[in-house]
Design a protein around this ligand. Sequence first.
Ligand code: MCA
Ligand code: AMP
Length: 480
Amino acid sequence: MATLFPALETPSDRPALRFGDRVLSYRTLAGAAGALAGRLGGAGRVALWATPTLETAVGAVAALLAGVPVVPLNPRTGDRELAHILADSAPGLVLAAADAELPAALAGLPRADVPTEGDAPLPAVAAGDEDPAFVIYTSGTTGPPKGAVLPRRAVAATLDALEDAWHWTAADTVVHALPLFHVHGLVLGTLGPLRRGGSVHHLGRFEAAAVTAALGAGGTMLFGVPTMYHRLAEAVATDPALVEALAGARLLVSGSAGLPLHDHERIAAATGRRVIERYGMTETLMNTSVRADDLASRPGTVGPPVRGVELRLVDESGTALDAYDGETIGEIQVRGPNLFTHYLNRPEATAEARTDDGWFRTGDMATRDAAGHLRIVGRKATDLIKSGGFKIGAGEIENALLDHPGVREAAVTGEPDADLGERVVAWIVPVDPQDPPGSQELADHVAGRLAPHKRPRTVRYLDALPRNDLGKIMKRALHG
Ligand code: MCA
Ligand code: AMP
């Protein structure tokens, strides 16, 4: 296949990556990534210690140049989840910044420090379109996260479809503060600009002042999850510099969860700018987006399918709906070059995810209006929680909580949260009602085993969980 990064073939001194104060030009990126790529051939899969740093971006580019699949690791992953990901993906090497301290679980793996300078030539492209580019772990309703295997053509197809939808060019600088171990921050926010020959400006961590400065310093597009736009919507009331910065951006893009209308409205009222939403999923990369030239469309929709994506709504029997009425609700199913190939080591889950004729079942429920614009209204599975834009399975948290010696029974649900969209709530039946484990202790327990973003933000104690005649926990009764 053709290279994923044409701009590396004729390197220039234009900035490719900026992380805080550290900047790498296309020339230096090509030289550094080329040097690392030359050492990766035959490594099998490589794990990438995905701190929000230059090194993570260089490491991902190097592995893609070498045709070696990348398994991004959340550097905050707890011990149990990390052990699962390592056992499941069996990387042959870990890529990390030279100053990164790696946990004991990675000590047995050879390590390659990611360089940020070098002048090696690019390796010849050895990988094909269907070869894997990434294995990205994503939560399901039960059990540990599954590794979605994303082929190189899916990465190329999705980024090129967004070029079309967003009029994305080499002149754009994408500003963001997203984590680099998921599709949003890594594929869209980092590889996206590099595929166009444009720039990335990563803020390190999300803060309104940093957004203001980066947009003021030449940023043209802002990518964020709704929690970030919610915080900006709060801030615009008292921050004229932020208002000016947002008003001057070419495109404000939100995704990973739905952006509430109230936040849309507050940002539009203060800045005169419309935040556009796009809808994607780890397994499918991007499915739909409001187009850059369609800023008049109503907030709250995620737009029509992007180029190359076939999309249908189906009813409960799996029959395709032909309604374009903005009312009839069906499950979104998609087909196209943007799709993953399989879940690593999970043939049954892979088979279940698709219909016999190759449509991927997203589990998201939506309506579609006369113009073909989707409005997402919910999810089929109540056991999937979206908090801060992270997908979190209730089952994995329940299992972690049940490992705590003070917990007899546990159920996990999501509750609406103005900042996070949804908040993880744990319902606990303690072993000793007189001396239950505290909420902070349970949050630390989950954060240490799984990841901090999966920790319960609220813990409620019960004498017993509501169960039906078959003994199944009735989660709907919990909130009643
Ligand atoms: C708190 N912390 C803890 C604990 N409690 N650490 C260990 N144990 C604990 N008990 C730490 C955290 O690690 C963090 O450290 C700090 O305290 C604050 O964490 P937290 O409260 O969780 O942060 P937050 O304010 O809730 O974060 C909001 C956020 C974040 C920044 C918006 O949710 C975020 O980055 N979301 C992005 C999600 C995303 O990229 N999703 C894409 C996947 P410290 O202060 O040092 O940081 S979806 C996708 O890819 C699809 C394809 C799509 O469509 O996009
Ligand atoms: P993940 O599996 O973490 O990649 O998350 C994918 C899920 O995020 C989708 O299945 C949707 O439920 C949700 N999602 C992503 N973008 C949007 C959006 N713009 N509006 C509503 N939900 C979204």
